[in-house]
Design a protein around this ligand. Structure first.
Ligand SMILES: [Zn+2]
Ligand SMILES: [Zn+2]
Length: 419
């Protein structure tokens, strides 16, 4: 315990060196599980109001039962701080609400008063763990007000259960249904024709690449400890060719399209029923934006063609290619179904298929160019994918590329979001 306190107090003294020693400490902890919880509790107390991303990341090592104990300690600490506070205890609440929201369920009535992270985009996330009685309690609070306050809408929608969503619709649709629709998109849903429709799948997978493919440098202390989402586990649900280029060209710049995944076995779980296999692609040059995505129609064999069709007759000689490999698409453990770009601090695997996208700042689901309905999310890729030569691909800086799919139209859309 004493070592832990000394270590965390070292943060103030050592600055950046501390980060390196922290990674070494994480490795030590991974080897000695019995030290994890005391280390995390001491860290929370020592850091106090300081927000340290690496502290949050170390919570990934805790077993759910340990996270439950730590969350209880965090609530105790938060009672002594100002409402809406940030810092280490609030970070515990934020990470727990992503990883194991059920550990927060018994604390929700109290967190409703304390509101840690109130000003942050993840302030409402503890309500992912809301059970029936908490949903009923929120309903009672809402009905007491002359007009139900909108932060309650965020809590109810954030719970994601059918009963919570139905209650949110009953309370808030009559007041402002476009606003309810915007709140719903934060949890991968939309309000269309007076019904709440999912824009994401229940099934979630991670795309896992070989370390050699990603050119992980093991001499860099940053890579001593590997996040669980980066590890190959068990039999993959599917193996897919990845990288290189297709014969088809981009409709905007005529460069050959970059090959992303080619999926078949898991497509029904992702809500893809109109094609039995699909080749997903994008243009590394054009990349697309939320305002102007790149669109592709997919023929009966799932092969993409740019929408609108290629008009440039001059073949492009530009060269930008993702290295070719075979990627594992493996089912995601319950704990990592929800991830967040900001809280992952570049240490987690954000190459994901299905589930909710880890948007950086905006919750945009593009409109299908054929039927104009919102297109459900299908998959995303993080930056730092290796290009031919020594370079790495950065989507709009160090952003992410997202892909969406309209099943009736067999049409995909891709765009990039920058930090
Ligand atoms: Zn292009
Ligand atoms: Zn469509």
């Amino acid at each position: 315990m004493k070592d832990g306190l000394k270590f965390w107090n070292g943060y103030r003294a050592d600055g950046l060196d501390f980060v390196r020693s922290h990674v070494e400490e994480l490795t030590r902890l991974a080897l000695r599980p019995e030290t994890r919880l005391p280390f995390a509790v001491e860290g929370m107390r020592a850091l106090g109001p300081i927000t340290l991303p690496f502290y949050g990341e170390s919570l990934s090592l805790l077993a759910p039962r340990e996270l439950e104990v730590l969350a209880g300690e965090a609530v105790t600490l938060l009672r002594r701080t100002e409402r809406g506070s940030r810092g280490a205890a609030a970070a515990v609440i934020a990470h727990a609400s992503l990883q194991v929201p059920s550990v927060l369920t018994p604390h929700l009535p109290e967190l409703f008063q304390l509101l840690p992270n109130e000003a942050a985009y993840y302030g409402e996330w503890p309500w992912r763990g809301a059970d029936s009685s908490e949903v009923a309690r929120l309903g009672t609070v809402a009905r007491k007000a002359e007009e139900p306050p909108w932060h309650l809408c965020g809590f109810l929608v954030g719970a994601r259960s059918d009963e919570a969503l139905a209650l949110a619709q009953r309370l808030f649709a009559p007041i402002d249904s476009p606003r309810l629709d915007r709140v719903l998109r934060q949890v991968g849903r939309e309000l269309v024709d007076h019904r709440i429709r999912p824009l994401t799948s229940e099934a979630v997978f991670h795309v896992v690449f070989d370390d050699d493919y990603l050119r992980v440098d093991y001499s860099d202390p940053e890579h001593v400890w590997t996040h669980p989402t980066l590890l190959a586990e068990g039999l993959p649900a599917e193996r897919s060719p990845f990288g290189g280029v297709l014969a088809e060209r981009c409709g905007r710049c005529a460069t050959p399209l970059a090959r992303l995944l080619e999926l078949s076995a898991i497509l029904p779980e992702l809500g893809v029923h109109s094609r039995s296999q699909v080749q997903f692609a994008t243009c590394l040059w054009c990349q697309g934006s939320a305002e102007a995505p790149l669109y592709f129609s997919h023929d009966e064999s799932g092969t993409p063609a740019s929408l609108p069709e290629v008009r440039v007759s001059q073949p492009s000689t530009r060269h930008l290619r993702l290295n070719e490999t075979v990627a594992r698409v493996q089912r995601t453990r319950q704990r990592w179904r929800f991830q967040d770009w900001g809280l992952s601090t570049h240490r987690q695997n954000l190459h994901r298929v299905g589930g909710e996208p880890t948007f950086i700042g905006q919750y945009v689901y593009p409109r299908c160019p054929r039927c104009s309905g919102r297109m459900p999310f299908l998959l995303q890729f993080d930056s730092w994918l290796p290009l031919e030569g020594d370079a790495f691909l950065h989507w709009g800086g160090e952003g992410l590329a997202y892909l969406f799919w309209c099943d009736p139209c067999a049409t995909s859309a891709t765009f990039v979001e920058s930090p």
